[in-house]
Design a protein around this ligand. Structure first.
Ligand code: HXC
Length: 517
């Protein structure tokens, strides 16, 4: 047997070394926390055997603060490409066993490299984030290194989908880069996101808070609105990222993948005809409406625990991806407030940049009145929804299921914001405001002068309801294209979507708009 070439033996040894990450002790610590290693995570995320690693021999370059003693191959991140459902994706996974996954110059260079390759090849970028943020030892070089990533996050936004899966304590830049991406998915209990951790907060403000209460999945799912989805463990997070991606195209010039539907596109749903109560002050489940209209079991709700007065999510209709926006009449009667505005506006823009048609279900009594809302900038936030719908060029369809009052009528994909097809159910009420408020404003003097003011008020409210408490006035002036029975909704929306499939709606040339933020 001839002796093996020592150069090849060396390569094999180096390759083995690459697999070790920060060493057995740190890997054991990682496992003790119930966490997988970076490589195991990528294996679960990608189709089996498709991971191709790049730049595995890179190490950090500086010698500061004792860093000359330990140079770890790969510099704390695995980068490369692979496939999800047979589609090309570029990936990076930070390795917490190497300096806590903290980002230095060379780690950043590796990440930027896959980001650049992803855009050149029109493929999504998926980041598995598990990092203490900027690597302290590298000082300003690690800050510049983050800036390189942030710039790419911004410049590649709307070009290829960017997904961040949060799998550990993510501080500083490790939280900011995901905030620039399209989707943040957090693992419950083990993932945190904060700019400054509990220790720094205690030192500066005196507040005492634990990591979970400061930046755990529950907080970002329900309070800050930062996270889109969370799961109880890492395998389910990685599986969910694959599902999310199945609704998106690989880049902004492709259409989302089509999946042959198992649900009849012409299916009528009789239950829908009795879903909206006759008394329009009573709530009903908009989730039920959505579930019954879209292809069976395809609705993936995003941000389900934040701003619950509105609902957003991805689904399929007739096998094609759609973005669903809706009000939730069971939560705050479906009013549009600051958080709902932000939630809707960002989602509409995501769908628009990735060629996902929008289907909007409307049932809202209007914008939320109140000093807090006005001081908090509801005008500025609500303007984002107007901006987003007006700017979106994807096919847009709206279905007014019940109330469409005032500003809420206008912002929720109304006809003259450029919506292509507007449907209304017979239960729709379309007016500037509700009957009682309107009568008090326009008939104040008439009511005051009447012999029996209360009877006069009741009569006028009834008259107003007669005129505006239905969709027929709006239809007679062309603001509603068709009044449909609720049971026909699925068929009508799918048929409309196919008629809009080749829609072309060019923008006037400009550098970019100035969306209110
Ligand atoms: C270098 C770091 C590091 C960092 C952690 N480590 N964070 N090394 N730079 N930022 C190292 C630790 O020294 C340790 O090394 C290993 O990673 C694991 O860390 P532990 O503290 O033992 O783990 P844990 O108890 O789980 O705590 C994780 C942590 C904590 C919550 C992330 O380490 C922490 O608070 N780190 C600092 C976070 C931070 O403030 N980062 C800077 C953000 S500023 P050994 O050798 O023991 O394994 C920033 C600016 C960007 O990012 C710009 C934004 C706009």
């Amino acid at each position: 047997m001839p002796q093996e070439d020592p150069r090849i033996v060396k390569l094999r040894k180096m390759r083995e070394k690459v697999q070790e990450g920060g060493g057995a002790a740190r890997v054991a610590k990682q496992r003790a926390k119930g966490k997988l290693t970076a490589r195991e995570r990528l294996e679960l995320l990608l189709d089996p055997g498709t991971l191709n690693e790049q730049e595995t021999m890179i190490t950090h370059q500086g010698d500061e603060l004792g860093m000359s003693t330990e140079r770890i191959l790969g510099d704390g991140v695995i980068t490369g490409y692979g496939q999800i459902d047979g589609r090309l994706v570029y990936v990076y996974a930070q390795d917490f066993t190497v300096y806590g996954g903290a980002l230095g110059e060379m780690q950043s260079r590796k990440i930027c490299r896959v980001m650049d390759l992803a855009v050149r090849n029109g493929a999504p970028i998926i980041g598995l984030i598990d990092s203490g943020g900027a690597r302290i030892q590298e000082g300003v070089r690690s800050l510049g290194a983050y800036a390189e990533i942030f710039r790419r996050n911004a410049q590649y936004s709307g070009v290829v989908p960017q997904i961040s899966i949060m799998l550990g304590p993510c501080a500083g830049g490790a939280a900011y880069s995901p905030a620039l991406t399209d989707m943040i998915l957090m693992v419950e209990k083990n993932a945190y996101m904060f700019l400054t951790g509990p220790e720094v907060i205690k030192a500066t403000t005196g507040e005492v808070v634990d990591p979970e209460s400061l930046g755990g999945a529950a907080i970002h799912m329900s309070t800050s609105g930062l996270a889109h989805l969370s799961t109880p463990d890492e395998p389910s997070a990685l599986a969910l990222a694959r599902t999310f991606l199945s609704y998106l195209p690989s880049n902004n010039v492709e259409n989302p993948p089509y999946q042959s539907p198992t649900d009849d596109p012409l299916r009528m749903d009789e239950e829908l005809n009795s879903l909206v109560p006759l008394d329009s002050t009573l709530p009903y489940s908009m989730h039920e409406v959505i579930k019954r209209v879209v292809d069976r079991d395809t609705f993936l709700e995003l941000q389900p625990m934040w701003a619950q007065n509105c609902i957003i999510g991805l689904a399929r209709m007739g096998g094609h991806s759609v973005g669903i926006v809706a009000q939730h009449p069971s939560v705050m009667a479906g009013v549009v407030d600051i958080n709902a505005s932000d939630k809707i506006a960002r989602f509409v823009r995501m769908c628009d940049c990735f060629n996902i048609p929008l289907v909007t279900f409307v049932d809202s009594p209007g914008f939320l009145p109140g000093v807090d809302q006005e001081y908090g900038g509801i005008i500025r936030h609500g303007a984002k929804v107007l901006y987003a719908y007006s700017e979106a060029t994807v096919p847009k369809i709206s279905v007014i299921t019940r109330k469409a009052y005032g500003g809420a009528y206008v912002v929720m994909s109304s006809k003259y914001l450029g919506t292509d097809i507007n449907f209304a159910w017979p239960s729709a009420e379309i007016a500037v405001m509700g009957a009682a408020g309107a009568v008090n404003v326009i008939y104040r003097h008439q009511i005051a002068k009447a012999a029996d003011p209360e009877a006069e008020r009741v009569k006028l409210i009834e008259q107003y309801r007669e005129q505006f408490g239905n969709p027929y006035y709006a239809a007679s002036v062309g603001f509603v294209d068709e009044i449909i029975e609720p049971r026909e909704t699925r068929m009508k929306v799918i048929t409309s979507l196919s008629a809009l499939r080749d829609k072309v709606a060019p923008h006037p040339p400009r550098k970019h708009g100035n969306i209110p933020v």
